[in-house]
Ligand binder design. Sequence first.
Ligand code: NAP
Ligand code: MG
Length: 393
Amino acid sequence: MTTPIVEMDGDEMTRILWQMIKDELILPYVDLKTEYYDLGLKHRNETNDQVTVDSAEATLKYGVAVKCATITPNAARVKEYDLKEMWKSPNGTIRAKLDGTVFRAPIIVKGINPCVRNWEKPITLARHAYGDVYKNAEIKVPGAGKAELVFTAEDGTVTKELIHEFKGPGIIQGIHNTIASITSFAYACFNYALETKQDLWFATKDTISKKYDHTFKDIFQDIYDNEYKDKFEKAGITYFYTLIDDAVARVMKEKGGFIWACKNYDGDVMSDMVSSAFGSLSMMTSVLVSPKGVFEYEAAHGTIQKHYYRYLEGEEPKSNPVATIFAWSGALKKRGELDGIKELTEFGERLEKAVIGTIESGVMTADLSRICSLSDVKTVNTKDFFKEIKSRL
Ligand code: NAP
Ligand code: MG
């Protein structure tokens, strides 16, 4: 390797898996260069969360990062780790710095069948991660009165729009987004579609929301027409816009193999539905793609807290490391591609093949054997799963 990968270590069970992956599957084969950042909650607390900011800045510098799952502190965690503050979600901090869009895709293996029978290829969910209902203002209306949207420009000009004349109690909500954020969401989606050679779908409710959702539609269409149409045609892929209700109906009838870009709320809901329908959270990969040309790879699941507590009581690790292995292989492949190191990219591909081959031969962790349709299945713990992968590798 010539350029380091930014390595963001994490918490609990995934921190244990992280070390096992490095020791068993990477260090024996790769002359690994990483710049290490410990995002484990203890160290985040010691550094007043500066380490998270530093790791995001390093990602901007080097271009590729691999991240372990991390605890997002809540009241219980503040007590458990004796935290100075309820530190913010590291993913949120990193996403804000990189201005990225999150792409999630399931790892498809024979024997783990999607609930939707005709889904043969992965469906990648691209979720806009800024604004809308996640940054809302709400009022409980106590009784009769007039609700209005009011915008006061910097020069003092006021624009008003009637929401509703209330005759009795009710509720109101104000949401927003920015042209800058929607634009970078669109670029991330178009670039990712080109990069992975997959069709891109985008859907909103523009027939009902003629200004809000329609702006999303228009921004995507403008950027596509002006900058991507030719590139998409050359790559043999298409961009397709439809209404969100039409999209959900069509998705059920397709074979998969495309990217589905969603507004924030749609993406939240649909990514959980799509990943569950494909089989298991432990088989979902996630990559944050920034319009600045920067990539951060991770697993979609969390730190698997329950398994960790059992591990602390002396139980052998039994968790499924696949999504975290794919975060590493994804980062290695990307590093190889950017630096022109063919062997590194090929190693990432071989590692993924060895993992898929192991599962398809019937050897897997308990979360998968529970839902597997193969006739001859051997359930193994994490250590034995690594042994199988290694022998194939
Ligand atoms: P989780 O880690 O996603 O796990 C929830 C359950 O899903 C587990 O108890 C387990 O079910 C199953 N599971 C998930 N990944 C698995 C794997 N690799 N192998 C086998 N089973 C797996 O969620 P959580 O335990 O509720 O959350 C723990 C922490 O993760 C929280 O503090 C949260 O803040 C954090 N989190 C971080 C990220 C991130 O960094 N990207 C994302 C989400 C959550 P069974 O118990 O039934 O076996
Ligand atoms: Mg959700």
